[in-house]
Write a protein that binds this ligand. Structure first.
Ligand SMILES: [Zn+2]
Length: 394
């Protein structure tokens, strides 16, 4: 009798907690602060309003995953340079505007916390704009004004490339000596003016991708809480894109929030080594994919799909991603962490995180770790809403 009852009780408990997780998840406002679908869309021409078989996000799957608001990354590489980068950023914004215009009942542009709440209440997908890379303002304040007017609500001060006014994590890690010789590490005076201008406009300052010196200069300059829109924990995966404990503490003191990135390489310290091996084994194929897509990331994403069972073997467990969230909560508190998946921007995510329909698994994992519903609400979207409001004033 007992033998029969125990597995039955166990499976019953699991079903109840999974149902509970679904309820908590669907009730919560879920905001993701970083997705590259829009940058890809200019290349792939997919209609994000319809269910797609490729990519990580479309409006149909977003609903299934309980995703209420997405900050779309507006991005181009540093090679675009002056005369082209700002124009390209505007083309990407045009494509979001077009998507909204074609689907007014489904998706709406969100500019502040009040509008975000209204969109959720109306059952519309909230689309927000984050510009990833200071090079897209081409050193011009009036370009910041123009992008803010079109809806930019965060500016990632640098991408992997530095600007003339802020140095990136990549450059501070690999070229520190030459930066020092040029007398340019961190935020310049003009960079500080830019930070203050963003504060005045209600555009959040995003410190993902910036170097440590730039980070601390930002913290010393900003009058508003800042965000790291898609970064993880350096102590768990020592990668230049992740944040050290001292940075996390400084971010918390500032009232800011770090939104964890799902990319396997930022989650699992052994991933890069395994991926390099995988890429070496398929180098010729990757080269030809790059010729087709003219985009290194898209080519890598495609290669992983073609060799799925092989690439699955090197993906970290979902629990490793949750570890980053839990680490941040334990170090600086539950008010300073959120979700910034980097979906559609990376070639590999932890096992089980295949697209936006998989967000409920995060809630399930947090429940397993005994997180309360109130804390889960903060992590999924509450912390973002607070920091947005602190920047936009409403
Ligand atoms: Zn990025």
């Amino acid at each position: 009798m007992k033998k029969l009852l125990l597995p039955l009780l166990l499976s019953l408990t699991i079903t109840v907690s999974a149902q509970n997780a679904q309820q908590i998840h669907q009730k919560a406002i879920l905001v993701d602060t970083h997705n590259d679908a829009l940058s890809n869309q200019l290349i792939t021409k997919t209609d994000l309003a319809k269910r797609q078989t490729t990519g990580n996000l479309d409006l149909v799957r977003a609903k299934e995953g309980g995703l209420d608001v997405q900050v779309f990354s507006i991005w181009c590489g540093g090679e675009y340079g002056k005369g082209r980068a700002f124009k390209f950023a505007n083309r990407e914004i045009d494509s979001l505007y077009a998507l909204i215009k074609r689907n007014p009942g489904k998706i709406t542009l969100v500019l502040n916390a009040a509008e975000l709440q209204t969109a959720v209440a109306q059952g519309k997908f909230g689309a927000m704009i984050g510009v990833e890379g200071g090079h897209m303002i081409e050193d011009r304040m009036d370009y910041i004004d123009a992008l803010a007017k079109r809806g930019m609500r965060y500016l990632t001060l640098t991408w992997n490339n530095s600007t003339s006014w802020a140095t990136s994590a990549a450059d501070e890690t690999h070229r520190l000596d030459s930066l020092k010789r040029a007398g340019h590490v961190g935020l310049s005076d003009y960079g500080k003016q830019i930070v203050r201008h963003l504060n005045d406009l209600g555009v959040m300052v995003d410190v993902s991708h910036v170097g440590e010196q730039t980070f601390y200069d930002v913290i010393a300059t900003t009058t508003k809480p800042v965000i790291a829109s898609h970064s993880c924990v350096y102590s768990l995966d020592p990668n230049q894109r992740n944040m050290k404990d001292a940075q996390l503490k400084a971010l918390a003191k500032n009232g800011g929030v770090v939104f964890v990135n799902f990319y396997s390489g930022f989650v699992d310290s052994s991933y890069m080594h395994k991926e390099n091996k995988f890429i070496r084994a398929h180098k010729a194929e990757l080269d030809s994919l790059e010729k087709i897509y003219h985009d290194a990331d898209l080519a890598k994403i495609r290669l992983n799909v073609i060799h799925q069972s092989e690439s699955d073997q090197i993906r970290p467990a979902l629990s490793m991603l949750i570890k980053h969230i839990d680490y941040i909560v334990k170090l600086i508190g539950v008010d300073h962490v959120g979700i910034g998946s980097d979906f559609d921007g990376a070639e590999s995510y932890p096992l089980g995180m295949d697209d936006v329909t998989d967000y409920p698994k995060i809630t399930e994992e947090l429940i397993k770790l005994h997180y309360s519903e109130a804390d889960i609400d903060k992590i999924l979207g509450g912390n973002f809403i607070r920091v947005l409001k602190a920047n936009t004033g409403k």
